[in-house]
Design a protein. Structure first.
Length: 478
C-alpha cells in the first residue's frame, strides 16, 4: 500500500457509482460494499469523497475495515497539502460528558442509570435506553418482577452463601451474564473489550453481538490477555439476508475457538419502531438512527428449518441457543428442534410493544411445559435491575439471567464501572438469598415466591396451534 492519494483525488469519488472514503489516513474504495453496509448506505454516502474517521471510530473498531478485499485498500492519504474544509467534520457521536460523580458513590443499578441519563450523548442515550413505541413491554419487564413477592424462610444458617453455577458446562462465578448489545463503543472507547475484561475478572459469562463494535476475536484476545482463566464467551447471531455473510461469521467464530455457544436471535425479525432513536437522529446533517439503519440487513425469512443450517456450519460440539422465546409453544418446539438452550426474551422491549414481560413467560413455561427445564437450559433477560429480580428468575427455573443495558450503564465508567456493576448485583443477590434462607443456587424453587398477583395473566394451556387457525370471519349481510 505504497500509493499516496491526494485529498483532491479522493473528493472526486463521492457518489454510489464511485465511492471512496478515508479512515485513519487510509483510502478505501467502498463502491461495492456500500449497498450492503449493515448500517445502511446513507451513512456511507454521507462521507463519500472525504474523511470518515470520526464517525467510523465512534462506533467501530479498526478490525472491520481490515476484512475488505486488499484491492479495496487503495493507499494512504497525502497529508502534505492542507485538507479541504469540507473534511473538517464533527463526530457523529460526541464525546462523553466528563463530569460524572465518583464511581464509589454509585451504589445501585438505578444510580448507574441516573448517571447515564445525565452524561450519555443524546444519540447514545436514545439508542441504549430506547424501546418500541409506547415502551409498555420495556417497563413491564421490570414492573412484573415487583409484582412477584418473596416468601422468606427463617432460622437457617446463612453465614456463607455460594452464587456460582454453570452455563452449558462452563463454570461461572455468578448467574448474571452480559447480554449482547451493539454499538458499545458509543458508550466507551473500549466497548466490548472493557466488558470482556470485567466479566473475565469476575467470572461472568459474556455474549458478543453481531452488531458489536469489536469483533469476537478481538474480545477473546483482550480477555485472554487480562486473565489466565477466561470467562465463557458466546456469539449472538443476527442472520443476514445475505446468508453467505452469516456463514462466514459463524465459520470464523467456530474456528476461532473459545466459543461457548451461539445465540440465534429470533425475537427481532424486523427492527421495532424505536421513536426516541428516530427523534435523536432527525437532524438533516446526520439523519440516521443507530437501531433502524443497522437492522435492515436482518433476514426476516428465518424459520425453524434454518436451525439445521446453523448446526451444519458450527458443527456438533458448539451449543445452539434460541434467543427470544416468548411462548410455551415455541419453547417446546425449540426442544424438539434440538437446541441446547433457550433465552426467554423480548429484546428488552425493543421489538414489539405489549409483548409479554419476560418473567411472565417463565411462569408460562412453569405452568404449561415444565418439562422444558429438564431438557434444555433456560435463560432470561429483560427488566432485571436488582438482585431480588435475579433471585426470582432463578426460582422460576432460569439457569442464569442476562443484563444488557445495566452493563452499558456500568461501561460509562469503563472496565472498573462494569466490575462495580457486577459486584453490586452479586451482593444484592447474596443478600436476598440470606434473607430467604438459601445458601446455594441449587436450593431455589418456585415455592419461595408468591406469584398470585400475576397468575391471572398466565395462559392455561400450551396452545401450540395458532389460536386463530380455525377462526373464520362472519359473513357480511351486505
Amino acid at each position: 500500500m505504497a500509493l499516496t492519494i491526494s485529498a483532491h483525488e479522493v473528493s472526486k469519488h463521492n457518489s454510489l457509482d464511485s465511492l471512496w472514503t478515508v479512515v485513519d489516513g487510509v483510502v478505501y474504495d467502498l463502491t461495492e460494499f456500500a449497498p450492503s453496509h449493515p448500517g445502511g448506505v446513507n451513512i456511507i454516502l454521507e462521507y463519500a469523497g472525504r474523511d470518515a474517521t470520526a464517525a467510523y471510530s465512534a462506533v467501530h473498531s479498526p478490525f472491520f475495515l481490515t476484512t475488505l478485499p486488499p484491492s479495496k485498500i487503495l493507499g494512504r492519504l497525502d497529508t502534505s497539502a492542507p485538507l479541504p474544509a469540507m473534511w473538517i467534520a464533527t463526530p457523529s457521536l460526541p464525546p462523553l460528558t466528563a463530569d460524572k460523580p465518583p464511581l464509589y458513590t454509585v451504589i445501585s443499578s438505578h444510580d448507574f442509570l441516573r448517571v447515564a441519563l445525565a452524561s450519555f450523548p443524546l444519540k447514545t442515550l436514545a439508542f441504549v435506553t430506547g424501546a418500541a413505541t409506547d415502551l409498555l413491554t420495556h417497563r413491564r419487564n421490570a414492573s412484573a418482577y415487583a409484582d412477584i413477592t418473596l416468601r422468606p424462610r427463617a432460622l437457617i444458617d446463612v453465614s456463607s452463601v455460594r452464587i456460582h453455577t454453570s452455563i452449558l458446562g462452563h463454570r461461572v462465578q455468578t448467574p448474571i451474564f452480559c447480554a449482547p448489545t451493539g454499538n458499545s463503543k458509543s458508550v466507551h472507547p473500549d466497548g466490548e473489550l472493557a466488558l470482556g475484561r470485567a466479566c473475565s475478572a469476575l467470572g461472568a459469562a459474556q455474549v458478543v453481538s453481531t452488531a458489536a463494535s469489536y469483533s469476537l476475536s478481538e474480545v477473546i484476545d483482550a480477555t485472554k490477555a487480562a486473565s489466565s482463566t477466561p470467562h465463557p464467551i458466546f456469539f449472538q447471531l443476527y442472520v443476514d439476508r445475505d446468508r453467505a455473510k452469516s456463514e462466514r461469521f459463524l465459520r470464523a467464530a467456530a474456528a476461532r475457538g473459545h466459543l461457548a455457544g451461539v445465540f440465534v436471535t429470533v425475537d427481532a425479525p424486523v427492527v421495532g419502531k424505536r421513536e426516541a432513536d428516530q427523534r435523536a437522529h432527525s437532524d438533516a446533517a446526520n439523519p440516521r438512527a443507530l437501531g433502524p439503519v443497522r437492522g435492515h440487513y436482518i433476514d426476516s425469512s428465518l424459520a425453524w428449518d434454518d436451525l439445521r443450517w446453523v448446526r451444519a456450519i458450527v458443527g456438533a460440539e458448539i451449543p445452539i441457543l434460541l434467543k427470544g422465546v416468548q411462548s410455551a409453544a415455541d419453547a417446546v418446539r425449540a426442544v424438539r428442534a434440538g437446541v441446547q438452550g433457550i433465552v426467554v426474551s423480548n429484546h428488552g422491549g425493543r421489538s414489539l410493544d405489549t409483548a409479554p414481560a419476560s418473567v411472565l413467560v417463565l411462569l408460562e413455561l412453569q405452568r404449561c411445559c415444565p418439562e422444558v427445564f429438564d431438557k434444555v437450559e433456560v435463560f432470561v433477560d429483560g427488566g432485571i435491575m436488582r438482585g431480588t429480580d435475579v433471585f426470582k428468575a432463578l426460582c422460576l427455573g432460569a439457569r442464569a439471567v442476562g443484563v444488557g443495558r445495566g452493563f452499558l450503564y456500568g461501561l460509562n465508567y469503563g472496565e472498573e464501572g462494569v466490575k462495580r456493576f457486577i459486584e453490586i448485583m452479586n451482593d444484592e443477590l447474596e443478600t436476598t438469598m440470606k434473607n430467604c434462607g438459601v445458601t446455594s443456587l441449587d436450593q431455589v424453587y418456585p415455592g419461595l415466591l408468591n406469584t398470585r398477583a400475576v397468575d391471572h395473566l398466565i395462559p392455561d394451556s400450551l396452545s401450540e396451534e395458532h389460536p386463530y387457525a380455525k377462526w373464520r370471519p362472519r359473513q357480511s349481510k351486505l
